[in-house]
Design a protein around this ligand. Structure first.
Ligand code: ADP
Ligand code: MG
Length: 560
C-alpha cells in the first residue's frame, strides 16, 4: 500500500506559519495527543516521567503502516493536507507536519504502531532530522505508542528556562483537561512516575464532562444547549453555562472558547460572553461558560500562530450575535430549561402507579381567581402559576416540574431594571425638586444621566425632570441624591429599579403575584437580580421525591 504521509510541496511550506511549537512538556503532550485524536482515538493513555524528561502517549487510533512510520518524522510530512487549497479545508488538529520532525531534533523519539486491520506492528526509532535508525516487528494492539525521552537533552538552556516540574505538570494537566472538554467522548488515563495520576471518563456532552474537571460545580448548576446553525452550512454552537444564581468564579478563568475541537484565544468572543452575563453576577465575579463552535473550515485561518491557539475568524459580528442569543436562551426560564422532570425517572413511573396524582397540582388559594389566571397562563406553555404569598415576601410559584419560592422584591427589581435599560425615560416634575449642597461632581453626575439641573441660588439646585418610575414617589429628592453619588447610567438604572420595586413585607393579592411572575419570566436574565443575588429557590419535584423518600413506600407496597 502506498504511503499516505507525504512531504508538503515547498510552496505550501512557505504558506504555513513557521515557528517552533515544542517548548515545554505540555506542548509535547498537546502535539502527541492531537495526533492521537486526528487518528480517531477514543482511548488515550499519557504517561509522564518529568524527572527523566520522558513522555509516552498511547492510543487506539488508526495506527500507521510501515511506509507511513518511516516517513512520519521527516520534515513537513503529513497525511492531513496535500496542497495549498487544503489549507482552507482543515478538519484535523494538525496539518503542519512538523511536530514529530522537531521532536527528533530535540529528543529521542520512538514510535510503535500497528494499523487497524494490519497483521503486524512495527517499532521505529528515529535519529536527528527524522532519519529511521532502527526498525523491528513488535507485538502491539492496533494503535500507536509514541515515546519521547530525554527532551531538550542536547539543549540544557531550554530546560533551565522552564518552570519547576510541579508547575510543568500543572500545565500538562490543564492542557489535557482543555483538550478533553473539546472531545468529551474520549477516555483518558494519565500516569505520572508509574502511578495513575488522574483519569477522565467519557461523557455524552461537554456539560456532562465538566464536573469531572471542576469538581466544585455540579451537573445541576450547568445548562447546556446545542444549536445547529443554518449559516454557514453545517455549523453549530455548543454552549455550557454555569447558571449565575448557582455558580461563578472570582477570575474569568472559565470563559473559554473552542473552535473545531481546539481551545482558542479569541478576545472578541470572550468579551461577548462577559457582556452577555453583565448585571447577572455579583460584583467582581465571572461566569463559567464554555463555548464550542463548529465552523466550516473555509471560514477559519488557523495560520495566525504556529501553536494554533489564535485564529482569524470570518464574520466575527455574526458569531457574536449568535453567542449572545444562545446565552440569553440558556439563561431564560422556559420549559425547555426546567430541570429534568420526575416523570422521566423509574421512581416516577412507580409514583404514578402508586399515587392519585403523578403530576404536580396544587389546590389553588382562591378557586375563583385561579380559574381566571390559569386560562391566561395556559397561553404561555412554560408559565409559572402563583399559588400563595409567604411572609409577605416570597411568592410560591408552581410549574410543570416543581415549585419555586420567588423573592418578590428582587424579582420585581429585575423586571424594572430591564424595562429601564430598554427605555430610560425622564419625565418633567412640577414643582421642581430642590436639592441642597451638591458638590460639582454630583451635579455633573446627574447631568450625565440626563437630568436637567440648574443652580437656584446659594447652595441650591433645581431638578426639573426625573426618571419615570420615581414620579409617583415622595422620596424623590432622596432618590435623586442617591443617583448623584456616581456610577454610570446602568448603576442609576439599578438604583431606580431597586428603589421602585415592591418592598418585601408588602402583601400582594393573587393577581398582583401572577402579573409579577409573568413579567419576571419574560426578562432576559431572570435568574439573578442586577446585583447578582439569586431570585428564586427551586424545589424540583425530583428533589422533593428524593427528600421524602417516596420510593420507600412504593417499593414496600409493591413488594420491590
Ligand atoms: P501533523 O500532525 O501536522 O500531520 P506530525 O508531525 O504531528 O504532523 O505527524 C506526522 C504524521 O504522522 C501525521 O500526519 C500522521 O499521519 C502520523 N501520525 C502521527 N501520530 C500519529 C498517531 N498517534 N496515530 C496515527 N498516525 C499518526
Ligand atoms: Mg501533529
Amino acid at each position: 500500500m502506498a504511503s499516505t504521509i507525504q512531504t508538503l510541496p515547498t510552496e505550501v511550506v512557505y504558506l504555513i506559519t513557521a515557528g517552533e511549537v515544542i517548548d515545554s512538556l505540555a506542548s509535547v503532550v498537546r502535539e502527541l495527543v492531537e495526533n492521537s485524536l486526528d487518528a480517531g482515538a477514543t482511548r488515550i493513555v499519557v504517561s509522564l516521567w518529568p524527572q527523566q524528561w520522558r513522555i509516552c502517549v498511547a492510543d487506539n487510533g488508526c495506527g500507521m503502516n510501515l511506509d507511513d512510520l518511516q516517513q512520519a518524522a521527516t520534515a513537513h510530512s503529513t497525511s492531513k493536507i496535500r496542497s495549498r487549497a487544503d489549507l482552507w479545508k482543515i478538519k484535523s488538529l494538525g496539518f503542519r507536519g512538523e511536530a514529530l520532525h522537531s521532536l527528533t531534533t530535540l529528543a529521542d523519539l520512538e514510535i510503535l504502531s500497528r494499523p487497524v486491520g494490519g497483521k503486524l506492528g512495527w517499532r521505529i526509532s528515529y535519529g536527528d532530522g527524522g532519519k529511521v535508525m532502527q526498525v523491528e516487528v513488535t507485538a502491539i494492539a492496533p494503535g500507536t505508542v509514541v515515546t519521547v525521552s530525554n527532551l531538550f537533552g542536547n539543549c540544557s538552556s531550554r530546560r533551565q528556562g522552564l518552570p519547576t516540574a510541579a508547575q510543568q505538570m500543572k500545565a500538562v494537566q490543564g492542557t489535557i483537561q482543555q483538550i478533553a472538554l473539546c472531545h468529551p467522548h474520549v477516555t483518558w488515563q494519565i500516569w505520572q512516575n508509574d502511578r495513575q495520576w488522574f483519569t477522565i471518563c467519557p461523557a455524552a456532552t461537554t456539560g456532562q464532562l465538566l464536573p469531572q474537571i471542576l469538581p466544585q460545580v455540579r451537573q445541576g448548576d450547568l445548562q447546556e444547549v446545542k444549536l445547529e446553525l443554518p449559516n454557514p452550512p453545517n455549523s453549530s454552537l455548543n454552549l455550557v453555562v454555569g447558571l449565575p444564581d448557582r455558580t461563578h468564579r472570582h477570575r474569568p478563568d472559565w470563559v473559554r472558547v473552542a473552535i473545531n475541537g481546539r481551545m482558542v484565544k479569541t478576545p472578541e468572543l470572550e468579551q461577548t460572553i462577559l457582556s452577555a452575563f453583565h448585571r447577572t453576577l455579583p460584583r467582581d465575579r465571572y461566569p463559567i461558560c464554555f463555548l464550542h463552535l463548529a465552523i466550516s473550515p473555509d471560514q477559519i485561518n488557523w495560520n495566525r500562530n504556529p501553536a494554533k491557539t489564535e485564529i482569524y475568524l470570518n464574520e466575527i459580528i455574526y458569531w457574536q450575535e449568535q453567542i449572545t442569543q444562545a446565552i440569553n436562551q440558556v439563561l431564560s426560564i422556559s420549559s425547555a430549561n426546567f430541570k429534568e422532570a420526575v416523570h422521566t425517572t423509574r421512581v416516577s413511573k412507580l409514583l404514578q402507579a402508586a399515587e392519585a396524582k403523578g403530576s404536580y397540582n396544587f389546590t389553588p388559594q382562591n378557586p375563583n381567581e385561579d380559574h381566571k389566571t390559569s386560562n391566561s397562563s395556559l397561553a404561555t406553555p412554560n408559565s409559572l402559576k402563583a399559588v400563595a404569598q409567604v411572609s409577605n415576601t416570597y411568592i410560591v410559584a408552581e410549574h410543570s416540574s416543581g415549585m419555586w419560592l420567588v423573592e418578590q422584591h428582587i424579582a420585581h427589581e429585575r423586571v424594572l431594571y430591564e424595562q429601564l435599560c430598554d427605555d430610560w425615560q425622564l419625565v418633567p416634575v412640577e414643582p421642581p425638586i430642590i436639592l441642597y449642597q451638591l458638590s460639582p461632581a454630583q451635579v455633573s453626575q446627574l447631568q450625565r444621566i440626563g437630568l436637567e439641573i440648574e443652580p437656584f441660588g446659594e447652595q441650591l439646585w433645581t431638578v426639573r425632570n426625573i426618571p419615570a418610575p420615581l414620579q409617583p414617589r415622595d422620596d424623590c429628592a432622596e432618590a435623586i441624591l442617591e443617583l448623584s453619588w456616581g456610577g454610570d447610567l446602568q448603576t442609576a438604572q439599578v438604583a431606580v429599579a431597586c428603589r421602585s420595586a415592591i418592598r418585601n413585607g408588602t402583601p400582594m393579592n393573587h393577581e398582583e403575584m401572577q402579573t409579577l411572575l409573568d413579567n419576571w419570566q419574560r426578562t432576559r436574565n431572570p435568574r439573578t437580580c442586577p446585583h447578582g443575588r439569586p431570585i428564586y429557590l427551586s424545589l424540583e419535584e425530583s428533589a422533593l421525591a428524593r427528600f421524602f423518600r417516596r420510593n420507600w413506600v412504593i417499593g414496600k407496597s409493591h413488594g420491590i
